[in-house]
Structure formats: C-alpha cells, structure tokens
Design a protein around this ligand. Structure first.
Ligand SMILES: [Zn+2]
Length: 420
C-alpha cells in the first residue's frame, strides 16, 4: 500500500469548533504569498471499491456531525435570520440540511429545513435580489421543492405563487450571482425537480432573449457575446461569461444563439493563459486565481457541460486541460465552495462523469481526504482561511459538509447552484 492509499484510509474524527474557525478567519495567513498548498499526491493509483466505501462512510459521518454544528451556529433555536442567502446565509444551511435528508431520510431534517425556509422567506420580504444564490428566487424555489418532498402540495403551490410574483428589475445585470442567469437557474431547478413547464418556457424564453440581446450588444469581432458587471467584463462563473454560458446551455436556443454560445466558449479557450488557467476578466493579465468564481474551476465545469451539449473533441479536451490546472494549483488555502478546496473538488467529479475515467474520482478523493484529514489542523494554525462567514455554504465549512455528502454517490454529485 503506498503512502497516499494509507492516507486516504486513515481518517480521524473531524473536529470543527467555533473558536477554531474564528481564529482561522482572523489570523494572518502564515504562508500568504502562495494561494495554494503544493499538491504532493502521487497521480492516479487505483483503489478497490471496498476502500472507497470505507472512505465515503467516514465522510458521511463527518458531514452529518459537521451539519449539526453548522445548524447550531447559523440557526440554533432563535428562529431569526439576518442573512437569508444561499451563498453566505441561512438558506445555505437549509440546502445542506435538505441534502442530509436525501442521504439519511431522517424526517427531522425535512422539518428543520421547512422551518429555516419559512424564516428566510420572512427575512427576504421587500428584497430586490432575485437569484437562486443571493435572492428571493432561491428561497421560493427550494421551498417549493422541499414542500413537494414533504407531500405538502398546498405549501408547494404557495412557494410557487411567491416565485411567480418575483419582479425582475429592468436594470438587472446578466450574471449568475445577482443577475438574470441566477434567476433562470432557479427556474431550471424548479422544473428539474417539479416537472417541465412548472415555470413556463415562454417566461424563461423572454429572460433568455434579454440575456442574448445584452451579450450581442457588447460583442467584439472575436467574441459573439460579452457582458459587463460594475464596469468590468468578467469571465468567471459567479459574475461573468462562463456562468452565463452555463445557464444558456440549458435553455431552448435558436441555431444562431447556439452558435454564439459555442463561439464565446471557443474564444475563451483560445485566449486562456499559457498555463491553461483562465483570466478573471477580459482585461486581466494576472494568472493568479484558480477558483470556481474566477479561473479554471468554473470554466472546467462549464466546458464539461459544453462537451455534452455540442459534442466533438474540442470542449472535452479543454475541460480536461482546465482540470489539470485545478489538480496542480487548486488545493487552495481556503475551505469553501466558491473559492476553496470544496468547490474545486467538484471539477474532478464533473470530469469523472464526463469521461468515466477513474483517475478523476481518485483526484476528487485526494482533495476531499486532504480537507478531511488536514483541514481542521490547518484552520487552527491559521494556515487555511475559514472564510468571512465560516459556517456558510459558499465560503465556509458548509460547503465542505455538502461535498462530503456528495462524495457518497460521486456520479450523482452536482456543484450546488451551478450543475443541475
Ligand atoms: Zn469566490
């Protein structure tokens, strides 16, 4: 048995406490000049299915323990919610608790999820935010799906009514975190879970048309669609091009629109950095960030999808190449989904689904085991950052718990609020 195999099997209990996480958020990063830990895993070593089962059982237990801590810290018994978002707030806790329910089928989790959703719904009254990740659409979309799972049809209808009343401001940006793409993702989530046309295709088409129109307005000679957010032409998944293309690929598109989405992705591949990483914006020459929000990880997930949508070799090859960047430079000194190891691990799970190559499952296991075995110590030593919202889904250990639950059935794993 080589060192890495031993490493994957020898997993201590995961201990995450509030004091440990707050310490890690405030402590000066000891090794700040590098954003990632060197990847010292040997490359692919086959593991027996039995070894994988032991591993995923341990991750499952760790995730369920951690979920309890996260619920205590972010919800407790207060019934009050300040930050209602999926990204950093209580909706992220509800999303994690729903995931735990899907694994354990413990009815208590479903009830708790309903309670948190209700408080999020009250807290979001009057908000003008409309996306799945940061707005009202996330609450009513998840609310409807959870109500359906609880066989409560009238509550499901109530949430759908709330969802259908959401008004999109005229000056809404187009990106995923705060814009039209993020609202459309909520529509897609509802239709996937409650049936096609629950949110009408006509309604979705109107919003898709606005996204295409806005993108063509800023098109360049080389790139058929382009967008701006706060004056910058971002490329990444959260605020930029690749996040918008990710959602457009799930829409019904005309032939011209398909060509524009394809052309935009090919433009990005052609203009990536020599290292294989992707710039965070059109203007950027700094090859620094390997995050879902900015850089190769978010692009890799979208290219893996493009490989299925458009077929052919070029997207498949580019997705795998972006995954190489994540393997080399993606063991970040951060824990979360948006810009941490948890999010980057999903790249290997997507490539595993795309290629069927066990090498990618091995890589996902390597990153997850690093988090599991070394994460708590690195956080306590201040060598890893716990996030500004240390128990949240997208910045904190909520994302790690979610990933661990997804590792139980890797072929069914989906990056939260990005992969359907
Ligand atoms: Zn981020």
């Amino acid at each position: 048995m080589n060192t890495c195999t031993k490493y994957l099997l020898k997993i201590p209990p995961l201990l995450i406490s509030r004091s440990l996480l707050l310490l890690s958020s405030k402590t000066q990063m000891a090794e700040d000049k590098n954003r990632f830990f060197p990847n010292q895993f040997p490359d692919y070593e086959p593991l027996s299915p039995n070894a994988y089962n032991i591993f995923s059982d341990q991750l499952k237990q760790a995730a369920l323990d951690l979920k309890q801590t996260i619920v205590n810290e972010t919800w407790g018994n207060s019934g009050k919610v300040n930050d209602y978002t999926l990204y950093t707030g209580a909706l992220g806790t509800a999303f994690l608790v729903f995931k735990a329910y899907q694994v354990t089928h413990d009815k208590k989790d479903l009830d708790l999820c309903q309670e948190i959703l209700k408080a999020c719904d009250s807290a979001s009254l009057g908000s003008s935010r409309v996306t799945f990740l940061c707005g009202q659409a996330g609450i009513s979309a998840l609310g409807a799906v959870v109500a359906k799972q609880s066989n409560d049809d009238s509550l499901c209808d109530e949430y759908l009514t709330i969802f259908r009343k959401i008004k999109l401001p005229k000056d809404l940006p187009n990106e995923l975190l705060y814009g039209r793409a993020g609202y459309l993702w909520a529509c897609l989530f509802i239709n996937k879970n409650l049936g096609e046309n629950t949110i009408s295709s006509t309604h979705m088409r109107t919003i898709k048309d606005e996204i295409i129109k806005a993108g063509r307005k800023l098109a360049t000679r080389e790139c058929p669609l382009m967008y701006e957010w706060h004056g910058k032409r971002y490329w990444g998944a959260a605020h930029g091009l690749v996040g918008i293309m990710n959602v457009l690929m799930d829409m019904v598109l005309t032939e011209d629109e398909m060509e524009d989405v394809k052309g935009t992705l090919l433009y990005m591949i052609k203009n990536r950095f020599p290292s294989g990483n992707y710039p965070s914006s059109e203007e950027s020459e700094s090859d620094r960030l390997v995050h879902w929000c900015h850089g190769a990880p978010g692009v890799a997930l979208t290219l893996a999808k493009a490989a299925k949508v458009f077929g052919g070799e070029e997207f498949h090859k580019a997705a795998v190449e972006a995954g190489e960047v994540v393997w080399k430079r993606g063991l970040l000194k951060r824990v979360g989904i948006c810009h941490g190891i948890s999010g980057n691990t999903y790249v290997f799970l997507a490539l595993y689904r795309l290629t069927g190559d066990a090498k990618f499952l091995y890589r996902a296991k390597a990153f997850a085991s690093f988090l599991h075995e070394r994460g708590p110590m690195l956080l306590s030593e201040g060598k890893m950052h716990g996030g500004d919202n240390p128990f949240s889904l997208f910045e904190g250990v909520g994302g790690m718990a979610y990933l661990f639950l997804d590792m139980i059935d890797p072929l069914e794993a989906r990056f939260p609020a990005y992969e359907l």
